[in-house]
Design a protein around this ligand. Structure first.
Ligand SMILES: [Fe+2]
Ligand SMILES: [Fe+2]
Length: 379
């Protein structure tokens, strides 16, 4: 019956060595595509040595772990001595698979798929919280820059926002519990969930959006809320779906009450994690390259965002974010402004920027003393 379960491939260099293996290792013994026959070549609990893995790899090329043991695999990966970039890359790839299952428009959407996807995301976020434990936003930025690049902007963006949310929340509350950090991360990972109900041609149409299209895009917080609270979605009891739903619903609310969908205002009305997510979402939208727009340097991004303090963004959270991100704060920085209408969720062909002309101090040439030209040496 073994060939009925699904498997995922694992990288040879990331397999646990010299200690009890946390999962079973399989190979595919069939060369017929679509008729894979998986055979266990090494059992959970056994101790593997480097030369054995190399031997396996030579013989079978690809090694697999059963899908049912994915969480065991991720746990042992996170505990292993490999670098954090490697760990994050695997977690990111895993998240992409789950997000793809949720967002894949080819599939009939069902609450079962959603529940499974959210459970997978929870697993990834739990491990992500552990990996990010000794990172701050600054070192995280380096890691995000190093992660592999995919065509699926929504997935990359969601994962980046998830990571920023975890780090930013930790900066706000250094004593945050793992559960709180998981809510921050899951909120970030799922913030744009409602986009699953919006046709892709609208979501990915840079520049050509009609008013009607924009109205439809603006429905995504409501759609996300509906999906999560439809009552059919089951998640691990450690996760409070209501908190995630508030992040999903409120991440486009502006601090001054001009956002959507409810025009909620300030700390009292907008959930803390939603205010965290708004900053993460905004920052990633203007600093991560989408296929069709240009991005801002970190200092331009921060100077631009600063103008939205108290307008779109929670000023106190922004200050904490600002302290964490290292960049050159210089008087000579470009004075650029992002249009008030900027919405990080929209696919801009070009960011709506205006570069304010600096009032250059008029040079007062009249007062410049013209020095006497040096006397020519007499020949
Ligand atoms: Fe959004
Ligand atoms: Fe977003």
């Amino acid at each position: 019956m073994e060939d009925k379960i699904s498997f995922f491939s694992v990288r040879q260099d990331l397999i646990q060595l010299e200690e009890a293996l946390g999962y079973d290792l399989f190979v595919n013994s069939s060369i017929v595509k679509g008729k894979e026959k998986f055979i266990r070549i090494f059992p959970l609990g056994g101790i593997l040595h480097k030369h054995e893995v190399e031997e396996f790899h030579k013989k079978y090329i690809q090694l697999y772990v059963p899908e049912t043991q994915r969480s065991l695999y991720l746990k042992s990966l996170v505990r292993s001595p490999i670098g954090d970039i490697e760990k994050t890359t695997v977690l990111k790839e895993t998240a992409i698979e789950y997000l793809h299952n949720i967002f894949d428009s080819g599939k009939e959407f069902s609450t079962e798929i959603l529940s499974e996807g959210i459970e997978g995301c929870r697993e990834v976020v739990a491990n992500m919280v552990d990996v990010l434990d000794h990172h701050n936003i600054e070192s995280l930025r380096g890691m995000i820059g190093n992660l592999s690049f995919h065509d699926f902007y929504t997935y990359d963006h969601s994962i980046n926002v998830c990571m920023y949310c975890i780090s930013l929340y930790k900066a706000i509350n250094p004593k945050a519990t793992k559960r709180e950090l998981m809510h921050a991360g899951l909120g970030g990972l799922l913030h744009d969930l409602g986009k699953v109900k919006i046709p892709t041609h609208i979501l990915n149409n840079p520049g050509g959006l009609s008013d009607e299209d924009y109205q439809q895009i603006k429905m995504h917080p409501d759609f996300g809320l509906e999906l999560l609270l439809s009552g059919h979605c089951t998640v691990d009891e450690n996760i409070d779906l209501n908190i995630i739903a508030r992040v999903v619903h409120e991440h486009h609310e502006n601090f001054n009450g001009t956002g959507y969908p409810k025009k909620l205002k300030g700390k009292e009305e907008i959930h803390l994690l939603a205010r965290v997510c708004t900053i993460a979402d905004f920052f990633d939208a203007i600093t991560t390259k989408r296929s069709y727009n240009d991005v801002l340097s970190i200092s331009d991004a921060m100077n631009t965002m600063r103008k939205f303090k108290g307008v779109k963004l929670d000023p106190d959270i922004f200050d904490i974010f600002d302290k964490q991100v290292r960049y050159v704060k210089s008087d000579f920085a470009r004075d650029i402004t992002l249009a008030d209408s900027f919405d990080p969720t929209l696919p801009y062909a070009k960011l709506p920027l205006a570069e304010a002309k600096k009032l250059e101090k008029e040079m007062d040439y009249g007062k410049i003393k013209v020095m006497d030209p040096p006397l020519k040496k007499k020949a």
